[in-house]
Every structure is written in structure tokens, then in C-alpha cells.
Design a protein around this ligand. Structure first.
Ligand code: 9MR
Length: 354
């Protein structure tokens, strides 16, 4: 188990005083609790010292937004450009933060040169080689990996639906178990996670997506794949209610399979919510609360990560800007690093145990 902020504080090694931990009472919680963390990009960390300070103050764990994706790591077939991910790993270790890895296998953010991979043996060499090299480099430093990200199509209609990717085209569905087995062989102590989005809602195509995700999880477990945990991204759609019943049943089932459950990329898309900040933040907090009440009622939450920490550094304004031109408010801290009501999530961190 990696070093958490709380353990650092309790062992006297932490550089941050208890009084600085403003996510109320977390450091004093008597029982073990879910870890809290945030995604961060190196460019933002370098550009704005407030961001690093806020992360050290609030987080137990960090995850690089893009720096471990093929798009950054693999400029060409032979090269591994570890500099940026290494810089975040250094920031993490200097501040006694754990680090998650995102992500070894994803259909998106793939470099151009991978389009030339056109035979099963070349695909297996590339996939296995990548995972072996990357997982080995961070063995002992990255304790939890999103091994496969978004294996289910955006809109699934049947439980057997899987996303078509470079790897699935050339290797078939076994590309997924191959990725997990390869990661497990290189770092047997790492937590290996299957990460997915849009499984939190109960209408439209969302239940079918969850059913396909469930089907893949069962298939992997039945085949003895070293899958340890499921990551629910939780990019919440502010205008949609959380499917408390359906999601609760799903998470209960995951625990019954012996899997751990993480919330890996929490934020709230508020582009369709009212302009009033008070009204908007109220809805956002309600979504977060509904989500975390549901997930923690079903079993212990392993870790909770938000996809960024301050509204100043988020993907949401780029992809889901508001039509009225107002700034989005998807994250726990506002653009001036002040806490918002969404930090209601801190109650769930201290109240649950791993
Ligand atoms: O926030 C990330 C953005 O900076 C990148 O351009 C994009 C493509 O690499 O990925 C974004 O992060 C995504 C994450 O990797 C997977 N889940 C959805 C996230 C938001 O799009």
C-alpha cells in the first residue's frame, strides 16, 4: 500500500501542517479512509505555483492528465519520452503523494506512427513492449494503473459490444486480457484497473453501456485475468440525475466479485445548468453527493480522484463551454483556488474505509 498523506502526517514526515488540511477533519479521521487525489498536467503545474500548493495541501495521490498516454510518451516507435511523466513522479515523491498511472491502453491520443501497425504479431509486440517498458519504469512508484481505458463504445446497445480499436482489430478481444497479464507480470503489486465512463446514469443508452461494461468485467474475471479494480470515471452530466438504484446494484455486484472500486475522474459538466452560481453549485454538489452516497453505500471506496482540482485547469471549458459565456465550475476549487460546495465529497472520504 502506498504512502498516503494521512500516513505521512501521522509518521511526522509530512511537510504540511494539520491545520493546512482544509478538507475538514480528514487528517483526524480515526479509521482508514479512501484516498483523495486529482489529475494534474505538468504544464499547469509549472505555470502556476498555486496549483502545486493546492495539490500538496489537499491530495494524497496525483495522476498525470496526459503525460503517460501514448500521445506524449511515444513520439516514435523506438522512443519512450519519459521526461514529463518523470517530472510529475518527482513532484509526487518530493511531496509524499502516491501516483496513479493513466493509461496503458486507450483508443484515443495515439501517435500517427501506430497507424502503420498492421499485423497481429506487430500489434502484440508494440502493445506488450509498451506496457512492459512503462510499468517497469514506474514499478514501486505507481501503485495503481488504468490498464485499459474506455473499452466499451460511447453508445453500446448489446452486452457483447466492445470498442473497436487498433488493438482489437489486430488482436481481437484478447488485447484486453493481454494488457492486464502483461502489466501483472511486470509489477505484481500494482493495482490493475479497468476504467470506464458514462455508467452512472439510468436513461437513454446509459444502462446498456453499463451492461456491456459489466459483461466485459465478468468475462475478464471468468478467464482469470488479473483485474483488481474498476474505475468509474464519473464525468457527471450536471443536467442528469445519478441512477442511484442501478449504479448502487452495479457497485454492490463489483464488490461481490472481489473487486475494488475507484472513482477516477470526477467532475461535473455544468454547461446546461443555470447561470446563477449558487443554483449551479447546489446542483453540482447534489450530483456529487448522490454519486458518493450511492457508491459508498454499496461498499468501501478505494480512492476518489477528480479530473483536476481547480476550475482554472479543466478540460470541460474546452469541450463543454457554456453558451452564455460564463466560466464553467466543474471542480472542487474555483478558479482562484477557493473551496466550493462540491467539496462536500470530503465527508465521503473520511467516512469510508478501504
Ligand atoms: O483532460 C484530457 C485532455 O487534456 C486530453 O486532451 C484528452 C485526450 O488525451 O484527454 C482528457 O482526459 C480524458 C481522460 O484521459 C479519459 N477520460 C476522459 C478525460 C476527459 O476527456
Amino acid at each position: 500500500m502506498s504512502f498516503t498523506r494521512r500516513e505521512a502526517l501521522l509518521s511526522g514526515l509530512g511537510a504540511v501542517a494539520l491545520s493546512e488540511l482544509s478538507f475538514s477533519g480528514r487528517a483526524l479521521a480515526a479509521k482508514p479512509r479512501a484516498r483523495y487525489g486529482a489529475a494534474v498536467s505538468l504544464a499547469d503545474l509549472k505555470a502556476d505555483p498555486r496549483l502545486g500548493r493546492a495539490i500538496v495541501k489537499h491530495c494524497d495521490v496525483v495522476v498525470p492528465v496526459d503525460e503517460l498516454k501514448w500521445g506524449v510518451l511515444r513520439p516514435d516507435e523506438k522512443t519512450f519520452a519519459f521526461e514529463k511523466a518523470d517530472a510529475i513522479a518527482r513532484f509526487a515523491s518530493e511531496n509524499r503523494l502516491a501516483m496513479r498511472g493513466h493509461t496503458l491502453v486507450w483508443y484515443a491520443d495515439m501517435p500517427e506512427w501506430t497507424k502503420a501497425i498492421d499485423t497481429p504479431s506487430a500489434a502484440e509486440r508494440a502493445l506488450v513492449g509498451h506496457i512492459e517498458t512503462v510499468v517497469a519504469r514506474y514499478r514501486g512508484r505507481i501503485s495503481s494503473w488504468d490498464v485499459v481505458n474506455e473499452a466499451i463504445p460511447d453508445v453500446a446497445t448489446r452486452p457483447s459490444d466492445r470498442r473497436q480499436t487498433l488493438w482489437s482489430t489486430l488482436l481481437g478481444e484478447r488485447n484486453i486480457s493481454l494488457a492486464f497479464k502483461t502489466a501483472a507480470a511486470v509489477d505484481p503489486s500494482a493495482q490493475l484497473v479497468l476504467n470506464e465512463y458514462d455508467v452512472e446514469f439510468g436513461d437513454e443508452h446509459f444502462p446498456a453501456k453499463r451492461a456491456a461494461f459489466r459483461n466485459l468485467i465478468m468475462q475478464l474475471l471468468d478467464a482469470g485475468t488479473p483485474l483488481h479494480a474498476v474505475g468509474l470515471q464519473c464525468h457527471l452530466r450536471g443536467a442528469k440525475a445519478i441512477d442511484r438504484d442501478g449504479l448502487g446494484r452495479f457497485v454492490t455486484e463489483l464488490h461481490s466479485f472481489g473487486l475494488k472500486v475507484l472513482v477516477t475522474e470526477l467532475d461535473v459538466m455544468d454547461h446546461q445548468l443555470p447561470a446563477s452560481i449558487k443554483e449551479r453549485d447546489d446542483i453540482t454538489s447534489r450530483r456529487v453527493r448522490d454519486l458518493l452516497e450511492t457508491v459508498t453505500a454499496a461498499g468501501p471506496l478505494d480512492s476518489l480522484l477528480t479530473w483536476g482540482l481547480s476550475d482554472r485547469y479543466s478540460w470541460i471549458p474546452y469541450v463543454f463551454p457554456r453558451k452564455d459565456g460564463l466560466a464553467n465550475r466543474p471542480l472542487p476549487l474555483d478558479s482562484d483556488f477557493r473551496r466550493k460546495t462540491m467539496t462536500c465529497f470530503s465527508a465521503f472520504i473520511s467516512a469510508t474505509s478501504t
